[in-house]
Structure formats: C-alpha cells, structure tokens
Design a protein around this ligand. Structure first.
Ligand SMILES: O=C(O)CCC(=O)C(=O)O
Length: 264
C-alpha cells in the first residue's frame, strides 16, 4: 500500500489558505498513487489557541465535508490530521478519519492535552479511543503528545491495530524525543508507525521530520525540514512476520501489570 504523508506548512490562523493548501497536497498525493493520505495536527489554524472562537470549525462540519468529498472523489482513505473544532461551546483538537467511499470512520479528540503549551487552558480533552479499519487493515491514530503515553498506544495495538498513525505539531527543540518515542512505539507494539509533523516558521517553530517506521524499528522515511509530500510504499505483512519472530503479545504477563508484586 502507498501512504501519502503530507508534511504541510500550516499558516498561523490562516484558515482559508490552509484548506486550499491541504486540498492541493491531498490531490497531489492521490495523483502520485497514494492509497492512504495523512495530514498533520491542527492544520486549519496552527497553534492560534487565542483565536479559536473566531477560527475553530463549528462541529467539524466544514472539515468533515471537505475530507469526505475528497476521499470519495479520489478513492483514497484520509487520516485527517486534526483540526480545531467547537462543539457545545467548547473547543477540541479533533481528528476525522474517512474511507475511500467517503464514509466517516472515526472522530477522535486529543486525549492528553499538552500543558507545556497551555492546551488545557483552551481545549477540552477527548475520552475515547481511535481504532478503525481501512478496508482490511486494522489501524489506529493518535495526536502528538499522546505518543508519550505508551499505555495509550499499547491499548490501540491490543485492540488489533497493525499501524499507528500520528498527527503532530511537534516543536523543533524536542525533535530528538519525537524520533526516539516513535521508534520505540513501533518496536514495542510491533506495528507500523506513520507520523506526520507540520512545518511552520515564525511565530511558530515546527520543522517536520515526519517518519514512517516499520515494525522491526527500521526507519523507512524521515521528512525534510521543509514542506514535503512523500508517498511511501509499505508492506503490512511485515507486522505478522515480526510478531511471529518475537511473540511479544503471547509473552505478555498482564496479570502482573498494575500491581506491586512482592519479592519472595
Ligand atoms: O510532547 C512534546 O514534547 C510535544 C507535544 C506537543 O507539542 C503537542 O502535543 O502538541
């Protein structure tokens, strides 16, 4: 399968330009043969948290219609990154996933809000998981800071996911954490990890370096430090091969986890 990773240059608060650019890049990815396309986090507004009242997508209506239309017209699955939304007077950082028939498969609001960047002052946290199937492919997706919580990604892997998509706006100063955490999540869960970061310069500081990692931990692609669209070929049969080679899932001892085991 071919995965189109859209490492987009997101304009700070420039909603109209961002929708236009996202559409161009999604169309380009499809024209290059992508079966699945992945967008970054908060691609409608960037980190313009103080302007959400004006900028957030009301009930996600615009984004859902936008993604559903493009997915069915182009015949591709879209992991819709995330957008700032407003629902019942509250703001969320929400991902929509649509399949190639244009059906909405899932709706996920970021569960772990990132306090270092004041997200909890502006946003409400989501409460539910994000497991879905892209045709025959069991998949899951999370947002940015979520990758610091191995138990959250493990829960999705235990629920059957063979690929973990990550939409992010991961800042440049901690890009080493990004790379290490993503590689660890792929190795420990024996999953593909497809992680798409954004680009942005002033007033923000995001330098891409999106990654596609296979279940043995080998990095298949790292994005540049500029806007980039990459279409990466992946072979999902690698998941079963790695899980057979080291049967981590069979060897788990969940009865011991979460309780203190006294030494005899
Ligand atoms: O965990 C980090 O260092 C970055 C997280 C982040 O920027 C986010 O969740 O938006």
């Amino acid at each position: 399968m071919k995965i189109g990773c859209i490492q987009m240059n997101v304009g700070f608060g420039k909603v109209e330009e961002n929708y236009e650019r996202a559409e161009q890049l999604i169309r380009e990815a499809a024209s290059k043969g992508a079966d699945i396309v992945v967008l970054p986090e908060m691609w409608n507004t960037g980190y313009a948290l103080e302007k959400l009242e004006e900028l957030a997508d009301k009930n996600g209506n615009r984004t859902k219609a936008f993604l559903q239309h493009l997915a069915s017209e182009l015949g591709i699955h879209i992991i819709g990154g995330s957008v700032a939304t407003k629902e019942n007077g509250k703001f969320y950082n929400t991902m929509y996933v649509v399949n190639r028939d244009g059906e909405l498969l899932s709706e996920y609001s970021k569960v772990h809000l990132f306090r270092l960047m004041d997200e909890e002052k502006y946003l409400e946290a989501g409460e539910s998981m994000n497991r879905f199937d892209l045709g025959d492919l069991p998949a899951a997706a999370v947002i940015c800071y979520d990758i610091r919580f191995p138990e959250w990604l493990r829960a999705h892997a235990l629920a059957g996911a063979k690929v973990l998509f990550v939409a992010a706006q991961w800042p440049t100063p901690r890009i080493d954490h990004w790379k290490t955490l993503l590689q660890a999540r792929a190795i420990e869960n024996q999953c593909f990890v497809v992680a798409v970061n954004r680009i942005s310069r002033k007033p923000e500081n995001f330098n891409g370096q999106s990654m596609v990692i296979e279940p043995w931990g080998e990095v298949l692609w790292t994005g540049a430090e500029d806007e980039e669209l990459a279409v990466i070929d992946v072979d999902f049969s690698k998941v079963d091969e790695v899980r057979t080679r080291i049967p981590v899932y069979d060897d788990r001892r969940p009865e011991l986890y979460g309780k203190v085991v006294e030494q005899k």
